[in-house]
Design a protein around this ligand. Sequence first.
Ligand code: IPE
Ligand code: MG
Length: 236
Amino acid sequence: MNRTAENILPLPVHIAIVPDGNGRWAEKHGLPRLSGHREGVLNMMRMIQYISEYPIKYVTFYGFSTENWNRPEPEINGLFKLVEHFVDEQLDKINEKNIRIRHIGRLNGLPTSLQKAISRAVSLTAKNDGMTLGVAWNYGGRAEIIDAIAKFTADPDKPQPLDEKSFSRYLYTGDMPDVDLLIRTSNEMRLSNYLLWQTAYSEFYFTNVLWPDFGKKDIENALIDYSRRNRRFGGS
Ligand code: IPE
Ligand code: MG
């Protein structure tokens, strides 16, 4: 059957993406790793456009994990520069699309210029009410839970008794809903410390396609696959 964007139902409310395979893409093309990351960032921008053509409210990209600090320093600095450049170049376009950017992770520990670029992106788009674009940068799922506990402990108005719903408000994702569909590219089948709490009942979609090559047809296939899943949330 020829499916179009209009007849893929149900759609996820929140898609989380682990865009993996930039390094292998570069290697395949005989290019330095950073060229792969540059392609990856360009593809993220294309993917934001494709996804915003669907009535999907939340998309969260895993950009830089707390474990990515283990990479060589030139690669880390190159990645940071790419993001600053991305904000300079694309922020106005994202804002015009009525997209709200949310940072997920610890700003602390990032270079000051990058902190400023992220804060600028978040504050400029804060009032937009179209799609929410979560950018996980210096993010770790376990760190998020620890940070949430610290925030909860310090909160003089903490809810008592604490339950799952009230605890989740202390996470970086705050009022964002749980992840419905998690997509990971490049034939890696791990969560890698991403949105541990929020993926408790997510559907997972893995593909061999390397992130810079993951295109319009690929996201459509992922959404079609999701629409055919039978989600029971532990029921029968
Ligand atoms: C994902 O691509 C990008 C980031 C983690 C920033 P990789 O850099 O992990 O690419 P591979 O896994 O080496 O191919
Ligand atoms: Mg990788």
